[in-house]
Design a protein. Structure first.
Length: 144
């Protein structure tokens, strides 16, 4: 039983790291997008707002990857959980559970990620539209 517990602890440690990485990616996504909004407002430069798509999409992709890995390790955990102690080999090989988890792309558009990162993308779209309406309004007022 001791071997199984140690192996389960190893897997749980990886799952915890994946969850922590996902949290950090979400934090960085919000911070970088907000910073680009603030910088574009300060500089009065509408061309900086669309740059926010790059970190938003990159962090969405990475977040999907970490959630996918977390789900794979959870499946591995379930497999190890029912093993006899003599069958525990401390393997962290995920290939036996790959078919039991949705693909990376499917995980990327799961409800949890789509709602969070989708909200960021929609916010970028709205800020871009608002910024360009303000810029065009100024040009119309100035007669250019």
């Amino acid at each position: 039983m001791n071997k199984k517990l140690k192996h389960l602890e190893m897997i749980q440690g990886v799952i915890n790291r994946m969850a922590n990485n996902s949290f950090l990616l979400k934090s960085w996504s919000v911070v970088l997008v907000s910073a680009l909004f603030a910088l574009s407002t300060k500089e009065k430069n509408g061309y900086l707002v669309p740059l926010a798509y790059f970190p938003a999409l990159a962090f969405w992709t990475l977040d999907g990857y970490f959630l996918w890995q977390e789900r794979l390790f959870r499946k591995l955990y379930d497999r190890v959980r029912v093993l006899d102690d003599v069958d525990v080999d401390f393997s962290m090989n995920l290939s036996p559970v790959l078919s039991e988890v949705d693909s990376w792309r499917s995980v990327m558009i799961s409800k949890t990620l789509a709602i969070f990162h989708g909200a960021i993308i929609v916010t970028i779209i709205l800020v871009t539209v608002i910024f360009w309406i303000a810029i065009l309004g100024k040009e119309v007022q100035n007669g250019t």
